[in-house]
Write a protein that binds this ligand. Structure first.
Ligand code: SAM
Length: 294
């Protein structure tokens, strides 16, 4: 490609936006990346190569899509904003390995891509600069769908990325950390200043990498009950587990049953939720579950 000029530069982006008279929709989280080095870093952290097929969420004017098209085998990108379609067919016209799908990622039948588009055994990875107004719903949705993907690497709000990757006994650790880490191994790869976006978001950003687990790290009898107990344990962060859980389970477990659960799991009820690792939560939830279902 002799005339290759990356989309992700301030001048090229401005030219494209001017050419189409495009106005940003804040409500769709439209903050476009204008630094090609950041994009290459994301692609490196995602470990994208010719042997990988990629799914992108929200291609915008194609800044990341272009770098994925160069690095990956095939790219499928879901974009909700129909105004971007003519722009994308222009900016990505040099690439024949990209499919743009004009759909809401939360409503699209993503699994269809495996029958309809990828059609080979290459691993599939998700890479995106996410719309920040729905970062957590998108990630939880993608994980709950249990798609045959191997990893998710995304730009998102730094604060939320840190909560997702947090370990116990930190102030960032909470039910979101457990939910994400139940399905993946999570790590923050880099932090990113607001200056590499147009328009600049109000918050700092980070790249979060989620490597999908083959199996959850703990075995629980009932996943819903597990997540429910974890959430309840963090209801009031400064209160003890005994306090949070007695209140939450007051209609289904007696105080004695709760104490028996703590004793059987060998977990001190005066501890706070933030001090329990996932193994301990699983142990506790399985004893509580046994109390209810005996
Ligand atoms: N990938 C581009 C970049 O890095 O410059 C744009 C990223 S921008 C942060 C987020 C993109 O997601 C926007 O193009 C926005 O229109 C799109 N978007 C917002 N909500 C969406 C949804 N529910 N489904 C699919 N795309 C969405």
């Amino acid at each position: 490609m002799s005339d290759y000029k990356a989309i992700a530069t301030p001048t090229r982006t401005k030219d494209i936006l001017d050419k189409y008279g495009f106005s940003f929709k804040k409500s769709l989280g439209q903050n476009f990346l204008i630094d090609v080095n950041i994009l290459r870093n994301i692609i490196q952290h995602a470990n994208i190569s010719e042997e990988i097929n990629a799914i992108e969420i929200g291609p915008g004017i194609g800044a990341l899509t272009e770098q994925l098209a160069i690095a990956a085998h095939k790219v499928a990108a879901f974009e909700i904003d129909g105004r971007l379609l003519p722009i994308l067919s222009d900016t990505l016209s040099a690439y024949d390995n990209v499919r743009i799908i004009n759909e809401d990622i939360l409503k699209a039948d993503i699994s269809n891509l495996w029958n309809d588009y990828f059609q080979d055994d290459r691993p599939v990875k998700i890479v995106a600069n996410l719309p920040y107004y729905i970062t957590t719903p998108i990630l939880m949705h993608l994980l709950m769908l249990n798609l045959p993907i191997t990893s998710i690497t995304v730009m998102m709000q730094k604060e939320v990325a840190e909560r997702m990757a947090a370990a116990e006994n930190t102030k960032e650790y909470g039910s979101l950390s457990i939910a994400i880490q139940y399905y993946t191994e999570a790590s923050v790869k880099m932090t990113v200043p607001t200056t590499v976006f147009i328009p600049q978001p109000r918050v700092e950003s980070a790249v979060l990498h989620l490597e999908k687990r083959q199996q959850p790290p703990v075995k629980v009898h009932d996943e819903n009950f597990f997540f429910d107990l974890v959430q309840a344990s963090f209801q009031q962060r400064r209160k003890t587990l005994r306090n949070n859980l007695s209140r939450h389970f007051k209609d289904i477990l007696t105080k004695e049953q709760i104490e028996t659960g703590f004793q059987a799991a060998n977990i001190d009820g005066t501890r706070r939720g933030e001090s329990l690792n996932m193994d301990e939560f699983a142990l506790l939830v399985n004893y509580f579950y046994a109390q209810i279902n005996q």
